[in-house]
Design a protein around this ligand. Structure first.
Ligand code: BES
Ligand code: MN
Ligand code: ZN
Length: 503
């Protein structure tokens, strides 16, 4: 879909559809009021008849409104003005775009950006409108034999800015929204692909394809033999049970002065997690195809970053494997040596994410990064702790945690911090190796997993995002969400602004 920004009076718009907001109790939004005055109270008269209350999710489509320049008016219920927060704004936009698609309009001018969202500026609303529109339009048809004809009536959405002065900021907001949406789409597509297609080899190919599409991204793929030579015993232990060869994908995007240390993103790429010999129960095991969503979000963040040509130095490290129970598979009690030299007693082969990530974190040291952020569908326990709304956030560097929490707030893709205290470390004591990969108890499982990773991040300013509850939706709407690409991209945008763009 095409997006643009425009300022100007609603009654002057020659458009296939004008989109206006109505608050609860039939209260007109500022633009709706302006329009109403210009049309001799057309809207107020209409509302008086009781067809539209203005409740959230309510809509009313008016065809060929008399004495106006537009073919249609879509009135969108916005609920109570004082309850209008980030989430509701997105909900309202989603409803508007879905409805627009069921009309014959090929283009629309949307004035919902005039809604009063607590402490949000016009450009924030414009960017969110773009992201929300792309989110609801997303379809994943790759594996349907009869493609649903994508209902692509609406081709262009024009978003209103309050005045000409706001146009440049609005246009930048559209660019950001479009870039983030493209990153989110890539992440969702990769996540939604089944495990028999989306293998470690597939992820490596897709990364190469990304670098062909955007040659500023350099990609290198380390094969099993090279990882053996390096001594990545933890990562390789996970891959042993599978017929699919493991890969370590390394992406680099350098678009800031050489002297500036890069930001590294590390993504868990388990393309299917059966649990290995510590086999998972059957219920919902299909969802373990999403266990590579951390990896997919690294690619998505790169995609957004290059489209915006952000002046940052970015490194991506994606360890990718399939976790299977095979004749060669790692067994509970096996001891391996990680790339860091620390030994690990693998008591549970289903705690595999931390095993591939610990070697990837050590590998990151060679880039001398300013910060390292890993993104992983790491623990079911994170879903127990936080539910499926925020990402779990852990960090050994408080300023980094702070920046990521802020980025999540700005991007409407929030994280919530959990403690990473020394007290939790003893859960990983082993009688036979430097540490075990799991604790004997289920207490604080998300924290214990983060504590394991922390042992491999001592030399780094590091944060860990546990996206087990946020990377995909279960149930009727099953599918990848593309989170936390908005958060990650915002984090990078914030770093650019911090540096003033240049040096
Ligand atoms: N990929 C899973 C975590 C997961 C489970 C994410 C369910 C989303 C939904 C991870 O590899 C895993 O199996 N973790 C175990 C750890 C346990 C063995 C300590 C878990 O969470 O049960
Ligand atoms: Mn597992
Ligand atoms: Zn897993």
């Amino acid at each position: 879909m095409e997006f643009s920004v425009k300022s100007g009076n609603p009654e002057k718009q020659r458009t296939a559809c004008l989109v206006l907001g109505i608050y609860e109790s039939k209260r007109l939004s500022p633009t709706a009021e302006q329009f109403d005055r210009a049309c001799a109270g057309y809207l107020t008269n209409l509302l008086r008849r009781g067809d539209m209350e203005g409740r959230l999710d309510q809509i009313l489509l008016l065809i060929q409104p008399p004495k106006t320049l537009c073919d249609r008016i879509l009135l969108v219920g916005c609920g109570k003005e004082r309850d209008l927060d980030d989430r509701r704004f997105r909900q309202i936009m989603a409803k508007a775009v879905t409805t627009l698609h069921s009309t014959g309009a090929t283009e629309a001018v949307c004035y919902l950006t005039d809604l009063n969202v607590k402490s949000r500026e016009n450009d924030w609303k414009i960017r969110q409108a773009v992201e929300a529109a792309e989110e609801v339009l997303y379809q994943f048809n790759e594996f349907k034999s009869k493609k649903e004809p994508p209902r692509r009536t609406l081709r262009k959405l024009i978003l209103a800015a309050p005045n000409r002065r706001e146009l440049p900021a609005g246009e930048q907001a559209v660019r950001e929204g479009v870039a983030i949406a493209a990153g989110v789409r890539l992440t969702r597509d990769l996540g939604n692909r089944p495990g028999n297609v989306c293998t470690p080899t597939h992820l490596a190919e897709q990364s190469r394809q990304l670098s062909e599409q955007f040659p500023v991204i350099k990609v290198e793929v380390l094969e099993q033999a090279e990882m053996e030579k390096l001594g990545m015993g933890a990562l390789l232990a996970v891959a042993r049970g599978s017929a699919q060869p493991p890969k370590l994908i390394v992406l680099e995007y350098r678009n800031a002065p050489k002297a500036r240390k890069p930001i590294a993103l590390v993504g868990k790429g388990v393309t299917f997690d059966t649990g290995g010999i510590s086999l998972k129960p059957g219920a919902e095991m299909d969802e373990m195809k999403f266990d590579m969503c951390g990896a997919a979000s690294v690619l998505g963040a790169f995609r957004a970053c290059v489209e915006l040509q952000l002046p940052v130095n970015l490194v991506g490290v994606v360890p990718t494997v399939e976790n299977m129970p095979g004749g060669q598979a790692t067994k509970p009690g096996d001891i391996v040596t990680s790339l860091s030299g620390q030994t690990i007693e693998i008591l549970n082969t289903d705690a595999e994410g931390r095993l591939i990530l610990c070697d990837a974190l050590t590998y990151c040291e060679r880039f001398d990064p300013a910060t390292v952020i890993d993104i992983a569908t790491l623990t079911g326990a994170c879903i127990i702790a936080l539910g499926r709304h925020p990402h779990g956030l852990f960090s050994n560097h408080p300023p980094l945690a702070h920046d990521l929490l802020n980025a999540g707030e700005t991007a409407a893709d929030r994280a919530w911090e959990l403690p990473l205290w020394e007290e939790y470390q003893e859960a990983l004591n082993s009688n036979f190796a430097d540490m075990a990969n799991v604790s004997g108890k289920r207490d604080g499982g998300a924290i214990v997993a983060a504590c394991f990773l922390a042992r491999f991040a001592k030399k780094l300013h590091w944060a860990h995002l546990d996206i087990a509850g946020t990377a995909w939706k279960t149930g009727k709407e099953k599918g990848a969400t593309g989170r936390p690409v908005p958060l990650l991209t915002q984090y990078l945008l914030d770093r650019v602004n911090e540096n003033g763009g240049g040096e």
